[in-house]
Write a protein that binds this ligand. Structure first.
Ligand code: SAH
Ligand code: SF4
Length: 340
């Protein structure tokens, strides 16, 4: 992916009129071309000149795995400086959702998440965040389909790379470019309070998800170490400001760790916090990442859902496809060192 400002500056340097920049940007974002040679509306000499100066792809595809049932496809890419970046395409219920990473690794260090174990290597640029979306859009186009949703829920904490994450959302949404509706884009945070406030003030109608995982500080300090910086009281005050300001639904994610955060005490605390208008909870069964935790059985997750619903919480169970190809949430980093 290339930023339109970079395209415009390069074409200006080449002494080209402004409409050429629009042609190139449209060829990349709507035509989904990966090579300037394919932009046949441009004179040959200009295609060559662009080729010598710019590269439309900021990532290189390294390896792809497809779930046997075809619902998930995980691709491992490498950045120009050799870092692993993974993205997943999920096709469920007529939707084609792309899950992208915002950082290589993550500094938050949640003990159940493989990305956390990698530590933080670096933030991705908006171009690197968006590239996998265009990659999967090309594949889908062969079947006459398109990307319907993008979630910034892969490796990394988006609000620890706020500028680039938001620039990625704006690039995806750009009416002159890829044109994905803002309401089809979701950003997931582990609870960076200043990031939530900043996000609430963004003009785009993007969706926000907060990874909760525990409803008491004692447990959340352990499961989401960022809680020591932004404890539950500060986090929920920010959530209230967010819904108050945006009037948009706020999604909470809760990875169910068997016997850890699904106890009666924790569940009661969770219900007390989430029984509010515009709050919605997604339960996600823990995917094995080789640590100390174990996955709940599907019927245990369903029982938890019913208990929470009975306590007045708006709650659903999110099916996380692709567990069999390690493409599910939290497993993105597991094999990534392969490319580094
Ligand atoms: N850092 C951000 C976004 C990336 S994590 C955040 O934490 O929200 C995206 C989601 O995947 C989070 O809800 C996270 O808790 C979940 N996740 C991480 N590891 C997981 C695992 N092993 N099984 C299931 N979900 C997991
Ligand atoms: Fe980072 Fe999110 Fe993984 Fe926690 S769950 S380590 S915040 S990517």
């Amino acid at each position: 992916m290339l930023d339109p400002a970079v395209i415009a500056a390069t074409l200006a340097e080449l002494g080209q009129p402004a409409y050429r920049a629009r042609q190139v940007y449209e060829a990349l974002t709507r035509g989904l071309v990966t090579d300037f040679d394919a932009v046949t509306t441009l004179p040959l000499a200009l295609r060559r000149a662009l080729r010598a100066r710019l590269s439309p792809l900021s990532l290189t595809e390294r390896e792809t795995r497809v779930a046997p049932d075809g619902t998930a496809r995980k691709t491992l890419f490498a950045t120009a400086d050799g870092h692993p970046v993974e993205a997943v395409l999920m096709q469920v219920a007529g939707r084609a959702t792309v899950c992208v990473s915002t950082q290589v690794g993550c500094a938050v260090g949640c003990p159940f998440c493989a990305s956390g174990r990698l530590g933080l290597r670096r933030g991705l640029t908006a171009e690197e965040i968006v590239d996998p979306v265009l990659h999967f859009a090309r594949l889908l186009r062969e079947e006459g389909r398109h990307v319907t949703n993008v979630v910034l829920m892969g490796m990394g904490e988006p609000f620890h790379n706020y500028e680039q994450a938001l620039r990625a959302c704006r690039l995806l949404n750009d009416p002159a470019g890829f044109r994905l509706a803002a309401r089809s884009i979701s950003v997931s945070t582990a609870g960076v309070v200043p990031g939530i406030d900043r996000f609430a003030a963004e003009p785009l109608q993007l969706n926000l998800a907060v990874s909760l995982h525990a409803a008491t500080d004692a447990l959340r300090d352990r499961l989401v170490p960022l809680n020591r910086t932004y404890p539950l009281e500060a986090l929920f005050a920010a959530c209230e400001r967010y819904v108050g300001r945006t009037r948009r639904k706020l999604l909470f994610e809760y990875v169910v760790l068997r016997g850890v955060n699904d106890t009666a005490e924790e569940t009661a605390a969770l219900a007390r916090r989430l029984r509010r208008p515009l709050y919605h909870l997604n339960l996600i069964a823990y995917n094995e990442t080789g640590g100390e935790f174990s996955s709940p059985r599907p019927e245990e997750v369903e029982a938890l859902r019913r208990r929470l619903e009975g306590a007045g919480v708006s709650v659903t169970v999110r099916r996380s496809p692709g567990g069999d190809i390690e493409a599910a949430c939290g497993q993105l980093a597991l094999r990534s060192d392969a490319v580094a």
